[in-house]
Design a protein around this ligand. Structure first.
Ligand code: F6R
Length: 593
């Protein structure tokens, strides 16, 4: 959520900042702004809406010495020009962009008001600018001292890039929200992630919580809690490959079609074919074996992936449960004596899950973070961490990361049961996904039939119900069609009242035991006017089914229905002309509660 870009030194800042903000737009935003310093003077441009709208306002500014830019996803105050960042202090000595949430901003505002400050915006960020300015003035314009004192005042999370009018450095501070420094040839950069800098930075410094400091064109000065810190430089963070559409019209389509490759990369990272051994940390496996309950916590798509983890643990003979992180954080009850927690998150930055992890860590309980982003907050704070190696996922709607999360949990099951079978099963799954990819135009044809629908339903039983939940989420988030998932048996207990003539209902059939009752459920809605589409596995299919997926191992069959659902959502959104990769109101990484 929100994106920060900044830099100091010799650089085409207009190109870097506007281009960089564009690269961060996958995070979700509703207003944008930038400030640059030229000949010591700060120039400010902001707008509600898109980076393109901002670009149309901003003139060329060759020769600028410092620049900062921001895409804002509104939390405090509407997405207006006045609330967009950069925010500035009352005396216009401080300009800053901020990601995160200041929890005590009301109390700080009251204190500032008593000191004669008034406010233009509704944001918590303007308060940071004023607190900084206050400390700047009371410390003889010592910017680093002002930042340190401001950090002590602030409660909450922040990643900030800060300009002090008249000062030749670019300042920053970070706690709880990601911020990265990039080292260039004749310039230094900073950004919320490495995307804006990949073509410019030779190495990176991942800032830790409590870090603050300043950049000059020559380098970085870093402090933490008032003490100087030696920066740790690392090499390139991602491949350009991930941030290149490679001829695809949308990242979502590219990412769906990377799923077979992602599965085989996952296997390569966690299984050694020579020795036939899994490459998981033995102490992780030991801790999971010794636990009396495995508790999965996650949000959104990751939560739906965790439902499979739960099922896999039950195959293994372990008691398991799965909770929505934002619920569990307020009711963190476990009756088990030795719980082991599994936290699933593509971004590794989801605030609700970080809140759960704090409770778990405070209790001294072991936890595994399954994440896609290396060194993300969750993975750093976890007892154990496993990367899913899905590669950068740019589209807001999670697709390949979902498949990779489930793939990783299947491999964990293999490691826990000393069986290499899941490796072969996942290889076969990859082939079966290729088969869905090859027949995607059939799904496109179905998508065309439902573009005008107001509501759509996905119905499944057992693991098909977990798949149905994910299919419904995909459809609603990118096509804006109201979509719900129901367990087949529940249809008669209420939802059937919603069926009207032509309401699309998708029946998912992957399990032999539930195939017949599910077909009966679909017949029941069909006889009440629904337009029904059955997506079945080959061995359970009938000639009239809308789409048939290859047979893989029974416990993996229902994922192919999710790949169907991903394509369906993609094509409906395409037919409706919607912004597929960046649906309204959504953000890729949900860093606020
Ligand atoms: C849906 C989607 C979201 C995320 C959720 C959790 O396509 O992407 O529902 O799954 O916000 O995000 P992570 O996995 O980053 O914790």
């Amino acid at each position: 959520m929100c994106g920060i870009v900044g830099g100091i030194g010799k650089c085409d800042f207009r190109d870097y900042v506007l281009g960089g903000l564009k690269k961060l737009d996958y995070r979700g935003y509703d207003s944008a702004g930038l400030a640059y310093v030229k000949e010591g003077k700060v120039n400010l441009y902001k707008t509600p809406g898109t980076v393109e709208a901002l670009a149309s306002k901003v003139p060329a500014f060759e020769g600028a010495e410092i620049a900062i830019g921001h895409t804002r996803w509104a939390t405090h105050g509407d997405p207006s020009e006045v609330n967009a960042h950069p925010q500035f202090s009352q005396g216009r000595l401080v300009y800053l962009v901020h990601n995160g949430v200041i929890e005590n901003f009301r109390a700080l505002k009251t204190r500032l008001k008593a000191r004669g400050y008034s406010f233009l915006s509704q944001t918590d960020t303007e308060v940071i600018a004023d607190v900084l300015e206050f400390h700047y003035l009371t410390n003889g314009k010592d910017a680093l001292k002002a930042i340190r004192e401001t950090e002590i005042d602030l409660e909450g999370s922040y990643a900030c890039a800060i300009i002090f009018e008249g000062d030749e450095h670019l300042y920053f501070m970070k706690k709880g929200s990601p911020l990265l420094i990039g080292v260039g040839d004749k310039a230094m950069y900073l950004a919320s992630d490495c995307l804006p800098m990949i073509k410019l930075a030779k190495s990176y410094v991942d800032l830790s919580d409590g870090d603050y400091g300043c950049l000059s064109p020559e380098g970085l000065t870093l402090y933490n809690e008032g003490r100087a810190v030696e920066p740790v430089y690392s090499e390139r963070k991602i491949d350009d490959y991930d941030y290149d559409l490679r001829g695809y019209p949308h990242f979502m389509l590219k990412e769906i079609e990377e799923e077979p490759m992602v599965l085989s990369r996952l296997i390569d990272n966690y299984f050694d074919p020579e020795s036939g051994e899994y490459l998981f940390d033995p102490s992780l496996l030991k801790a999971m074996k010794e636990a009396d309950e495995i508790i999965f916590l996650a949000c959104g798509t990751s939560h739906y992936a965790s439902l499979y983890g739960l099922e896999f643990m039950e195959f293994y003979g372990k008691k398991a449960s799965s909770y929505i992180a934002s619920e569990w954080a307020y009711h963190p009850i476990s009756l088990s004596k030795k719980p082991f927690y599994v936290l699933l998150s593509q971004s590794g930055e989801t605030a609700d899950l970080i809140a759960c992890q704090k409770i778990i860590n405070d209790e001294g309980r072991p936890n595994l973070a399954i994440v896609n982003v290396k060194d993300s907050t969750l993975s750093r704070r976890a007892t154990y961490s496993c990367l899913i190696y899905a590669g950068l996922e740019v589209a807001v709607a999670a697709t390949k990361s979902y498949i990779a999360q489930i793939g990783l949990m299947a491999l964990l099951l293999g490691a826990l049961t000393n069986s290499s079978s899941p490796v072969r099963h996942l290889e076969k799954l990859g082939e079966a996904i290729e088969d869905v990819i090859a027949r995607k135009e059939d799904i496109h044809e179905t998508a065309k039939k439902i573009t005008g629908a107001r509501d759509a339903f996905f119905v499944g039983r057992g693991s098909d119900y977990s798949a149905a939940l994910e299919c419904a989420l995909k459809l609603k988030e990118i096509s804006y069609i109201h979509a719900e998932a129901y367990a087949g048996g529940e249809i008669k207990h209420g939802p059937i009242a919603l069926i009207e003539k032509g309401t699309p209902v998708f029946g998912l059939i992957s399990e032999v035991d539930t195939a017949l009752p599910l077909r009966n459920n679909i017949e029941e809605v069909k006889s009440r006017g629904a337009a029904t589409y059955i997506v079945s596995s080959l061995s359970l299919s009938s000639g009239k089914d809308a789409f048939v997926t290859k047979d893989v191992k029974p416990y993996l069959n229902s994922f192919l229905k999710v790949v169907y659902g991903q394509y369906l959502a993609y094509y409906v959104s395409l037919e409706k002309g919607l912004p597929i990769d960046k649906p309204r109101n959504l953000a890729k990484s949900v860093t606020v509660e």
